[in-house]
Design a protein around this ligand. Structure first.
Ligand code: SAM
Length: 253
């Protein structure tokens, strides 16, 4: 019989707000359903276009080849998948828990003339993927992992679906170490982004969540340790844009 001190805490956070673990995913889904139609526009505005460079850096590191099969987790509107295919990748499964985000991605893929026979769209929770183990050559996740309820489960699934020798690449916001950059970033995040969201998308609340969720995400060293705990080897990260973002990589051996 577990005593009081060994009881697991079933609360987590939605932005800065403590919430029941069971409630969080629904709240996150509401955020992305609300922003789906304006997601790409807001991404361009909020990051002043920088998210394109961050995603390009991930693809440079991945180095796609025609035989490569990629699973892009929390793939949203398909930015990583589009880059992967344009840069010579073979087949991509774009997986996301939110069908509204994938719907935007499907339209974008058609408009961009991407080869439909090399894309699969999959509505799935990254914490429990309906995919066999050991088949994917690579797995990516861009700006998705800070939104999930159980980071350890997602990392475990990413490791499980990779073949031995496969690579996991994860882009996520991080915590700048330089005090000046940190201050400027703090001001921009909390004073500008929610206001921009209200002005452009008509609602600041989803963007308030987005900036709070960035603050709640572990620092890059802690996240690297979590990747090691999940079974990845040769785990590294590279800070981008003064540490505002980090590109984490690890291999399944
Ligand atoms: N990867 C895309 C990009 O970089 O533009 C989209 C990133 S968007 C900030 C976060 C995405 O994570 C959303 O599309 C959301 O639906 C998805 N997401 C949140 N929780 C998830 C989960 N548990 N499993 C899969 N996707 C999830």
């Amino acid at each position: 019989m577990p005593n009081a001190s060994s009881k697991r805490d079933f609360t987590t956070h939605f932005g800065f707000r403590p919430v029941d673990e069971e409630a969080k995913q629904g709240m996150v889904n509401d955020v992305f359903t609300g922003v789906a139609a304006r997601y790409d526009l807001m991404n361009d505005l909020m990051s002043a276009g920088l998210h394109h460079a961050w995603k390009d850096t991930l693809i440079d590191k991945l180095h796609p080849v025609p035989s490569m099969r990629l699973l892009d987790l929390a793939g949203g509107t398909g930015d990583i998948a589009a880059r992967f295919l344009r840069r010579g990748g073979g087949h991509v499964t774009i997986s996301d828990i939110n069908p509204d985000m994938l719907e935007q991605g499907k339209r974008k893929a058609i408009d961009a003339g991407l080869p439909a026979d090399r894309i699969e769209w999959l509505v799935a929770n990254a914490e429990a993927l309906p995919l066999p183990g050991g088949r994917m050559d690579a797995c990516t996740m861009a700006f998705g992992i800070r939104n999930v309820t159980h980071i350890d489960r997602v990392l475990g699934e990413a490791c499980r679906i990779l073949r031995p020798g496969g690579q996991f690449l994860c882009l996520e916001f991080s915590h700048p170490k330089n005090a000046v950059i940190e201050k400027l970033y703090e001001w921009y995040s909390f004073q500008v982004i929610p206001r921009m969201g209200k002005l452009v998308a008509g609602d600041g609340d989803p963007y308030q969540y987005l900036v709070e969720s960035i603050r709640q995400f572990p620092d890059a060293d802690t996240f690297a340790r979590m990747m090691c705990d999940a079974g990845f080897s040769n785990v590294h990260y590279r800070p981008l844009s003064g540490g505002i973002v980090a590109l984490h990589t690890g291999w399944k051996v």
